[in-house]
Design a protein around this ligand. Structure first.
Ligand code: NAD
Length: 368
């Protein structure tokens, strides 16, 4: 048992620091001394009760750290290992057994339920009440307990604090391209939204050898950054009336092979469809909640033999894909340093503010 400092969400929209008690790792679990944690749009979705979790809650789901204790039955991690924590999955449902943890049948419970798969909690507040942890980790705290299944051992030579976003945002964008679209060299891709997720899709498209990579956003500085990391064309959708027509123009009049939507606006999923050439594929990942859209399935999808698909975490198996991303980062092909800004744990609120305002693409909180 340890007393640790944690960021706690008790009321809608608010975070505060508290001292809490963390227990011992149970069967299959590890205790991790946190090194850093990225701020992601999805943390705010929980804090603001758009995706409510049982309170009090520790958010944070892009944690990295060093294994300090291993629980019974852990054979894949040892004390001292450097790990990137990713999204949880149960390991025993049909999807997990098929090697598709992103489609885990228990993901809703594991992402948002606040407890581990067996219903247990490991953290108590000062009154002795259970504290929920987001994504089975709750990484805005000095220590976290997580199942080794979703803690990915990485090369200790890599700068761990740079790797936070590989656990969620970067994995989602990059894997959507590399593992779902699988573009041939020379393909064309349009990316709607150039936050961390969209920029990762652009970086991945460049690695895959896509020839035409079009970035769409409403923030000029983000479009500039998109060019720096691989976009060949940009569109400020505030300035262009028919974005799909512009995309088709950039792709020789026919449209793009692939579209990727990450803006959070469901209407842009339809713009994405209209941007595709015949047999094109659109992947969307953004959290659009209860938004609805209308489109003509015959004229906009079937008649062109197009595919529309939504994926969780880019359809990635973290244990296989994250080490590949680490290698790309080490080779300079995944320029995470261009999107990352570091904050101290005490500056967590500022980190969230800078994420909301769009000033910083990937704020990362570093623990001392
Ligand atoms: P972000 O807010 O940093 O990026 C969104 C981008 O969209 C911003 O650059 C913004 O300027 C742009 N945008 C907003 N409105 C636009 C418009 N009308 N036209 C063009 N661009 C517009 O967010 P992010 O961290 O990159 O995440 C993107 C989305 O992906 C979020 O909705 C997040 O919740 C979701 N997400 C999903 C998964 C998953 O597993 N499916 C995983 C991680 C993140």
């Amino acid at each position: 048992m340890k007393k640790i400092k944690a960021s706690i969400n008790r009321e809608t929209g608010k975070l505060g620091f508290e001292t809490v008690t963390i227990g011992e790792p149970g069967v299959g679990q590890v205790l991790i001394k946190m090194v850093a944690c990225g701020v992601c749009h999805t943390d705010s979705v929980v804090i603001n009760d758009i995706m409510p979790m049982p309170k009090p809650t520790i958010v944070g789901h892009e944690g990295v750290g060093i294994v300090e204790e291993v629980g019974p039955g852990v054979i894949d991690l040892a004390v001292g290992d450097h790990v990137v924590m990713s999204y949880p999955s149960c390991g025993v449902c049909d999807a997990c057994r098929a090697g598709h943890p992103y489609a885990c049948e228990h993901s809703s419970q594991l992402f948002w339920g606040g407890a581990y798969f067996d219903g247990s909690h490991k953290i108590k507040d000062e009154q002795g009440a259970d504290v929920s942890v987001m994504f089975g980790q709750g990484s805005f705290a000095e220590y976290a307990i997580a199942n080794s299944r979703y803690c990915v051992k990485v090369d200790p030579a890599a700068d761990l604090k740079m790797l936070c976003s590989l656990g969620c945002g970067i994995q989602t964008g990059a894997s959507s391209v590399m593992n779902v679209m699988r573009p041939e060299a020379g393909s064309s891709l349009v990316v709607f939204g150039t936050g961390a997720v969209g920029l990762a899709a652009i970086m991945a498209a460049k690695i895959c050898g896509c020839s035409t990579i079009i970035a769409v956003d409403i923030v000029p500085s983000r479009l500039e950054l998109a060019k720096e990391v691989g976009a060949t064309h940009t569109i400020n959708s505030k300035e262009v009336e028919d974005v799909a027509a512009k995309v088709r123009e950039f792709c020789g009049g026919k449209g793009a092979n692939f579209a990727f939507e990450s803006t959070g606006h469901a209407s842009l999923i339809v713009t994405g469809l209209d941007s595709l050439k015949s047999e094109g594929t659109e992947v969307f990942v953004s959290a659009t909640g209860t938004q609805t859209v209308t489109f003509m399935p015959d004229l906009q999808l079937m008649s062109f033999c197009r595919t529309l698909t939504g994926v969780v975490e880019g359809g990635s198996d973290p244990q296989r894909f994250i080490p590949t991303l680490v290698q790309f980062y080490q080779e300079g092909r995944l320029p995470l340093e261009k999107i990352t800004k570091f904050y101290k744990f005490d500056e967590l609120e500022q980190a969230f503010e800078d994420s909301h305002s769009g000033k910083v693409i990937k704020p990362v909180v570093v623990f001392d």
